[in-house]
Design a protein around this ligand. Structure first.
Ligand code: PLP
Length: 387
């Protein structure tokens, strides 16, 4: 592996790891985390091993387990309760394939803030007899747990409440929503892609039965790799019908005569692991782990506070809540012409993104106060593009 970083590096102390900051102000970790020297070295290590040895099968399996263990560390969980997936979509599709949705308990309740893949997978289950119920936000953009409670009953099989929304930055009260769901006998899925790596998550304490995410964003890895934590005592009752040989109780049994899902959450793994993404994912997670998620969360909260103060001074309309318990690393700002605004910022060498009519600005461990100030200066110049 590449050289390990000194622990606790954050902000200016870690910036040199990420060459992108030599040329731009990068505020787009909600789309993709910045590439580090460490992750580049890990990918080169994978290429070097391929060159030198061809198939490094044992090492691939070891990387798969190293990633599983690293995710378990991130979530304060056990490795046996973590599935390694190739995407959130793959894991969640396997999850719902384990739910009998054609009987009395056939409803999937989803928040309006879910990522498209969650809504699309839920609606795909209509082909199997499911009904999908949407929980919409209040006029202030929040979705209080009572709104979920009103939508949940004994017909509910699954409740989906993303931890931090990709489209508003809103952070659900997952524990309170889970209480309502569990009282009705429903399972809870918290898609935590926009939180993991930037928000401290303790899988068991979060309250959901299933916590999923991936490595593209705040975990600083590449596309092609995700994870799904499942609550022990729950997953043993779930038998996915969408599966693959890496989910088998014995990968090397090579049997085509039966289906024997693994006793652990590995039953939600699928086929050949995404090897290059595993190298990158383990390396990305090591950067996050060395810095420490609680320290990252504190750092990010300070930057978000600074940004929200500046946006208030500018009179901008912010979709993300001011309340620090209801937000994470993502700030969404309404714009009159968001494409023009993203382009204007790009011309100022500031990389941000958009969803609907909103500018999305994401802060992470490598961002510093100057990044926020540079953005606020640019927004003041482009004030006409703010709603
Ligand atoms: C909240 C959330 N969930 C899921 C995804 C991606 O899902 P998948 O790994 O299936 O591509 C994203 C990516 O943007 C996301 O923001």
């Amino acid at each position: 592996m590449s050289a390990t970083l000194p622990t606790g590096r954050i902000g200016a102390a870690i910036r040199g790891e990420f060459p992108i900051f030599e040329t731009v102000t990068y505020l787009n970790s909600c789309s993709q985390g910045a590439l580090s020297h460490t992750v580049r070295a890990a990918i080169e290590e994978w290429l070097g091993g391929w060159d030198a040895n061809g198939a490094e099968w044992d090492f691939w399996v070891e990387r798969n387990e190293a990633f599983r263990a690293a995710v378990a560390g991130l979530l304060h969980a056990e490795a046996d309760d973590v599935a390694v997936t190739t995407s959130v979509s793959q894991g969640v599709s396997a999850l719902v394939s384990a739910l009998p949705l054609d009987g009395e308990r056939n409803r999937i309740v989803i928040s309006e803030y879910e990522f498209p893949t969650i809504g699309q997978i839920a609606h795909a289950q209509e082909l199997r007899g499911a009904e999908v119920v949407h929980v919409r936000p209040d006029s202030d953009g929040g979705i209080p747990p009572e709104r979920f409670a009103a939508a949940i009953d004994e017909r509910t099989a699954l409740v989906c409440c993303t931890t931090v929304s990709y489209r508003s930055g809103y952070r659900h009260d997952v524990a309170a929503i889970a209480d309502a769901a569990h009282a009705a006998g429903a399972l809870v899925l918290a898609d935590s892609y926009q939180a993991c790596g930037a928000v401290e998550l303790d899988a068991r304490a979060l309250g959901a039965d299933v916590v999923t995410g991936g490595t593209v964003k705040y975990l600083l890895g590449t596309a092609g790799l995700g994870f799904m934590w499942l609550r022990p005592g729950v997953y043993e009752r779930l038998v996915p019908t969408q599966t693959g040989w890496f989910a088998d109780e014995d990968i090397f049994a090579m049997s085509i005569a039966d289906y024997s899902p693994h006793a652990s959450a590995r039953r939600f793994d699928s086929g050949t692991p995404p090897v290059p993404a595993l190298y990158a994912g383990v390396a990305g997670l090591s950067i996050v782990g060395d810095a420490g998620v609680p320290a990252i969360e504190t750092h990010v909260r300070g930057l978000v506070d600074r940004m929200l103060d500046g946006l208030e001074e500018l009179g901008a309309t912010v979709a993300t809540p001011r309340d620090a318990t209801r937000r994470g690393p993502l700030v969404c700002i309404h714009s009159t012409d968001v494409d023009a605004l993203v382009a204007a910022l790009a011309a100022d060498s500031i990389v941000a993104s958009s969803r609907e009519d909103k500018l999305r600005v994401a802060l992470h461990l490598y961002n510093v106060e100057e990044d926020v100030d540079r953005l606020l200066d640019a927004l003041a110049r482009h004030r006409a593009l703010l709603a």
